[in-house]
Design a protein around this ligand. Structure first.
Ligand code: ATP
Ligand code: MN
Length: 526
C-alpha cells in the first residue's frame, strides 16, 4: 500500500500507485512493461524516445506575483500566463488520472535544514528509476511523514495541441508554477527535464536565503580540502570529480551555505560516449545493476558499444552515488579551498591551466565560456562559442549577478583560489589540433589540488593576460603555453584575438547592467 489517495496526489482518480519502489521492483516493472533491455552485465538500458536531451526552448515560468519580481525574464526564463498554466494543468491531471502511476519521493539538498521534499508523479517505471537514482533517497521510515514542498507531474505522453494559440514554442511543455509549487511536463520523455527542473527551482529558492547554488561538481581530499569544478555540459565536471585519490561529493549540482558545500543530488549522470575502462575506470565500473543506461547501442549479447553514437552523442547513465566506491556518504564538505572553472575550448586558444586573480575569477564566472565543435555539415570547421553565465545560465531564474555576488563574497571570506582549466583543444583548433588527453588534464588538476602548481614559475599570455605555469610535473611543457603548442603562430595569434573579441563583446552587458560587475579590466584586452 502506498498510503497515497488520488486526492492526496491531486488526481481525480488513480489506478495502482507504485510509490518509491525498490530497485528490484523497478527492474521487474521495466521488464514487464517492455520499457528497456538488459545489458550483458545486468544493467537496464532504455531509449528516451524522440528527445535525447532537454528541450530548453519549451521551458516556462508562470508570470505572477510575487515571483515575477525575482525572475530575470528573457530568452531563458520565458513567461506563461496563469490561465494557460491552469489549462495545461487540467489537461495533465485528466491525462494522469485513472492511470497506474509511479510516485517517487526524494530530497533535493543534503542539508536536512534546507533540503526540499520533492514528489515526482510519472507514468513509466524507468522515469521513477531515473529520479530515484538522481535525487537523495529517503529512508523508508521517512515516507509516512513525507510532505512535498514541490510536485512534478510528468505527463510525457501528452502534447499541447494548442501551443500555437497559446503562443508557445512547440507541443512540448515544461512549466514551473512557483507559487503553487508545481511543475508540469508534457511531450517529452527525457528524464533530464526533472533533474534540471528541480535544479532550476533550487537556483530560485536558495539565493533568496543567501545560500549559493552552483552548477559544479565537488570532491574532497585527505586533508578535508574541498574542490569545486564549474563548467558547462561536456567540459568534464563528472569525469574530473570522479578521482580515485579524492572522495566524490557530487558530480553536478551543489549549494554553499555558512557550513560549507553540499550536494543537491543522490546520484550522478555521466556521459557514455567513447567511455572506456582505461581512461575512466570508476565511471565504467559504476555501470552495473541499478544504474540506468540511456540511448546506448548494444549487440545481440547485450554488450554495450560505447563508441556508437547513432541514437545520440548524448548517451548517458544515471547511477546512485554509492556506485562510486570512493564517495563521501554525507554528500557534504567544508568551505572549498580551490575552485576550478572548466572550459572545453575548441578554438585551442586557452591554456590547459591558468591561475586566476579574484577579479579574473569573477570575469570568467560571469562569462561562462565553452566552445562546441562545429556540427556535422561539410566544410564547417569553425567552433561555436557559448557564453552561459555562471556556467549554467539555462538553469538560473535570477539574474546572473545574484549568483556572482554570492560567489565573490564567499571566495573573499574563505580565501579560495581559482583556476581556469581548458579540457578542450591544444596544438590548433578543431580539425588541426586534438583534444587534451584526460591524463594531461588530470595532471593539471592534481597540481592544483596538491598545491605543487604554486611552486611553478608563471608567465602571462597575450590578449588574455592569464598566468600560466612554465612547467608542471606530468605535463608536456610544450602544451602549457598554447602558442608554443601551435605550429602556425600567426594563425594562433589571429584565433586568440578573435576569441578575445568574443569575450569582450559578450561581457558588454555587465557594463551597462550593473557597474559593480564591470570586471572588464580582468578580461582579455584587444
Ligand atoms: P554535463 O553537465 O552535461 O553532465 P560534464 O561537465 O559533467 O557535463 P562530463 O560528463 O565530465 O561533462 O564530460 C566530459 C567528456 O569529455 C567525457 O565524455 C570525457 O570522456 C571527455 N573528455 C575527453 N577529454 C577530456 C579531458 N581532457 N578532460 C575531461 N574530459 C574529457
Ligand atoms: Mn556531468
Amino acid at each position: 500500500m502506498s498510503g497515497l489517495t488520488a486526492e492526496v496526489l491531486g488526481l481525480k482518480s488513480v489506478g495502482k500507485v507504485y510509490r518509491n519502489l525498490g530497485y528490484e521492483e523497478l527492474f521487474a516493472h521495466e521488464t514487464d512493461n517492455a520499457e528497456g533491455k538488459v545489458s550483458a552485465n545486468g544493467t537496464m538500458m532504455v531509449d528516451t524516445g524522440k528527445f535525447t536531451g532537454r528541450s530548453p526552448k519549451d521551458k516556462y515560468f508562470v508570470k505572477q506575483a510575487p515571483s515575477q519580481d525575482n525572475i530575470a525574464w528573457g530568452n531563458i526564463n520565458k513567461p506563461v500566463s496563469a490561465e494557460i498554466f491552469d489549462e495545461l494543468y487540467t489537461e495533465v491531471i485528466d491525462y494522469l488520472s485513472g492511470k497506474d502511476i509511479y510516485v517517487t519521493d526524494g530530497y533535493s539538498g543534503a542539508n536536512p535544514d534546507t533540503r526540499k521534499q520533492v514528489r515526482f508523479i510519472t507514468e513509466i517505471a524507468w522515469q521513477s528509476h531515473f529520479v530515484k537514482n538522481m535525487f537523495i533517497r529517503p529512508d523508508a521510515a521517512d515516507l509516512p511523514g513525507f510532505a512535498p514542498n514541490f510536485r512534478v507531474y510528468n505527463a510525457a505522453g501528452l502534447t499541447n495541441k494548442n501551443w500555437e494559440k497559446h503562443g508557445l514554442n512547440s507541443e512540448v511543455f515544461v512549466v514551473f508554477n512557483i507559487e503553487k509549487n508545481i511543475a508540469i511536463i508534457g511531450g517529452t520523455w527525457y528524464g533530464g527535464e526533472m533533474k534540471k527542473g528541480i535544479f532550476t527551482m533550487m537556483n530560485y529558492w536558495l539565493p533568496l536565503e543567501k545560500i549559493l547554488s552552483m552548477h559544479c561538481s565537488a570532491n574532497v581530499g585527505h586533508h578535508q580540502d574541498v574542490a569545486l569544478f564549474f563548467g558547462l555540459s561536456g567540459t568534464g565536471k563528472t569525469t574530473l570529480s570522479t578521482d580515485p585519490r579524492r572522495k566524490l561529493i557530487g558530480d553536478d549540482e551543489h549549494g554553499w551555505d555558512d557550513q560549507g558545500i553540499f550536494n543537491f543530488e543522490g546520484g550522478c549522470y555521466a556521459k557514455c560516449i567513447d567511455l572506456s575502462a582505461d581512461s575512466e575506470p570508476e565511471i565504467y565500473a559504476a555501470i552495473k545493476r541499478n544504474a540506468l543506461l540511456e540511448n546506448v547501442v548494444s549487440g545481440p549479447s547485450g554488450k554495450v558499444d560505447y563508441k556508437d553514437g547513432s541514437k545520440t552523442e548524448n548517451t548517458r547513465v544515471s547511477y546512485p552515488i554509492d556506485h562510486i566506491e570512493n564517495h563521501e556518504p554525507s554528500l557534504k564538505g567544508g568551505h572549498p579551498k580551490n575552485i576550478i572553472f572548466l572550459t572545453c575550448d575548441a578554438f585551442g586558444v586557452l591554456p590547459p591551466v591558468s591561475k586566476l586573480s579574484k577579479e579574473q575569477a569573477m570575469y570568467y564566472f560571469l562569462s561562462g565560456y565553452t566552445a562546441k565543435v562545429a556540427g556535422t555539415e561539410r566544410g564547417v570547421t569553425e567552433p561555436q562559442a557559448t557564453f552561459s553565465a555562471c556556467f549554467g545560465e539555462a538553469f538560473l531564474p535570477l539574474h546572473p549577478t545574484a549568483y556572482g555576488q554570492l560567489l565573490g563574497e564567499k571566495m573573499e571570506q574563505y580565501g579560495v583560489n581559482a583556476y581556469l582549466v581548458n579540457t578542450g583543444w591544444a596544438g590548433g583548433g578543431y580539425g588541426v589540433g586534438s583534444r587534451m588527453s584526460i591524463k594531461a588534464t588530470r595532471s593539471c588538476v592534481n597540481a592544483i589540488l596538491d598545491g605543487s602548481i604554486e611552486e611553478a614559475e608563471f608567465e602571462q599570455t597575450q590578449f588574455f593576460n592569464l598566468s600560466i605555469p612554465k612547467q608542471l610535473p606530468g605535463v608536456d611543457t610544450q602544451l602549457l603555453n598554447p602558442r608554443n603548442a601551435w605550429s602556425n603562430k600567426e594563425e594562433f595569434d589571429a584565433t586568440a584575438k578573435k576569441l578575445a573579441g568574443m569575450f569582450v563583446n559578450n561581457f558588454k552587458k555587465y557594463i551597462t547592467n550593473n557597474a559593480d560587475f564591470d570586471f572588464t579590466q580582468a578580461g582579455p584586452q584587444v
